[in-house]
Design a protein around this ligand. Sequence first.
Ligand code: ATP
Ligand code: MG
Length: 301
Amino acid sequence: MKIKEVVEVAHSFCHPYKITKGKEFKLKQIDPADTSGFPDGDKEKAKDVLAKGIKAITMLQDMLYAQDQYSVLMIFQAMDAAGKDGAIKHVMSGINPQGCEVASFKSPTSTDLDHDYLWRCNLKLPERGRIGIFNRSYYEEVLVVKVHPEFLASQKVPADLVDENIWENRYDEIRNYEKYLSRNGTVILKFFLHLSKKEQKKRFLERIENPDKNWKFSSNDAKERAYWDKYMDAYEEMIRNTATKHAPWYVVPADNKWYTRLVVAASLIDTLASLDLAYPKVDKRKLEELEESRKALENES
Ligand code: ATP
Ligand code: MG
């Protein structure tokens, strides 16, 4: 496999969904059912392309790990049933488990609430050479908390610090945090899996009707669905305020799972390939050491 070819294909797949400047962004610019590149919905061809992509990710991740300089942070945000878990599972399937860690962020615990909102995420940041995946993240602070501002009351932030600027302040804090991380070698990719309300209904009904999927359904998911428009406004505002060159948002069409996985894989390949990764070169002393070891092994009786 020629990695250069895979990288070129990957670039063409992720480019239309990569947002680096949010100001003008509108969610309606991207269709959740879009499958550009595969207009006939050729899933078999798509599977083949994804398999090649996964091999490329395996090779690039091996170099990332060996080089031990950059770390990669992949953030996933979405409405329920958009396919976060499936995308993570498939795209990362070729990765050495030692080089990758997934952290899921649910409702904050009492220990979490004894700290600022970035604290629990900070604890889970990837080490150099590793890929960290956040299944939800500090972005919940400008999503679910914005849609349900009553959650703010449980956060124990002093009342005089909570005013009408709270959301602008949080966008500002997140932008600065991500700038700081990227300046220290953390490469950030943020994915919003963009699902239509219609497709969510279909997936919820499947979860209710199929006994093997019952465990995936929670009545709370259906309750949150009632706030759909508020969530969409919050997502749009979040992207408008936090999409930057060093921490772009990828707005990934999510009505077709096979396409979502392809775009996520393509975005990771495109990013890793831009880092100019290479295996560390060994110096003269190390080469001599290798030669001595080779002789010793060959001379073993
Ligand atoms: P699944 O695919 O299994 O449903 P999930 O990520 O939706 O995965 P859940 O346990 O269903 O996991 O839900 C986690 C919930 O925690 C979400 O509704 C999310 O909005 C909520 N949550 C996450 N962070 C916060 C936060 N900081 N404040 C309040 N709620 C939060
Ligand atoms: Mg859920």
